[in-house]
Design a protein around this ligand. Structure first.
Ligand code: ADP
Ligand code: MG
Length: 211
């Protein structure tokens, strides 16, 4: 059991391997005796999952970019209050499949909203609970799309955005990683899952030692 919890997020474009790696990390940490909470954004507790449905619903074509950003932040605040912060206080490891960096990448770099404003809203919502470690998986957008198609469910409102939108998002994640290299580690998502997982383990262990 950790005295203070550890907060780890996975980031990157659709199909880069976030959910795969989050699950591998969760299973490994559990096998090492840690208490682990695996959660996702947008989503988490029921209120946040309801907001997720609004965000991803293809019928909501008329949603303004700012509405999108504010709904994400509202869902994040609720997620932190009901799931993330209580788990960290209980000494657990929280693994989140996407977190606030996705707002910077998608609503900032992708939609073109003012980055300073997006960052300020992120800080406001996150309220000091930034992850200690963020694993950003980098992959060409075309490859990510091909992988995501293999999951065989219909595309949601974000996934149906143009290729060039997702290319800006990918560049956004790269910029986030180079702007905050202590927290955000950029990993090559085109490597085999077990190779990526080995790197993730090492980074998680060293983040733990710093607690
Ligand atoms: N490193 C990898 N190499 C090849 N295929 C992968 C890799 N990681 C995940 N996949 C496969 O690609 C698809 C998308 O992976 P997933 O983890 O769901 O991505 P994300 O959660 O980032 O959208 C899944 O079918 C998964 O099995
Ligand atoms: Mg996923």
């Amino acid at each position: 059991m950790l005295k203070k919890g550890l907060f780890i997020s996975f980031e990157g474009i659709e199909g880069c391997g976030k959910s795969t790696q989050a699950k591998l990390l969760k299973n490994w940490l559990k096998s090492q005796g840690f208490q682990v909470v695996l959660t996702r954004e947008p989503g988490g507790p029921p209120i946040s999952e309801k907001i997720r449905k609004i965000l991803l619903d293809n019928r909501n074509k008329g949603m303004s970019d700012l509405t999108e950003l504010l709904l994400l932040q509202a869902s994040r605040v609720q997620h932190l209050a009901q799931v993330i912060v209580p788990a960290l206080k209980a000494g657990k490891v929280v693994i989140c499949d996407r977190f606030a960096d996705s707002s910077t990448a998608y609503q900032g770099y992708g939609r073109g909203l003012d980055l300073k404003m997006v960052n300020e809203l992120n800080d406001f919502a996150v309220d000091g609970h930034w992850p200690q470690l963020t694993l950003a998986l980098d992959l060409p957008v075309e490859k990510g799309f091909l992988r995501a198609k293999g999951r065989r469910r219909s595309l949601d409102r974000m996934e149906t955005q143009a290729l060039k939108f997702h290319k800006r998002v990918r560049q956004g994640f790269k910029a986030i990683a180079s702007g905050d290299p202590k927290r955000v580690k950029l990993l090559d998502g085109s490597q085999p899952p077990d190779v990526i997982h080995a790197a993730v383990r090492q980074l998680a262990l060293s983040a733990m030692k710093k607690r």
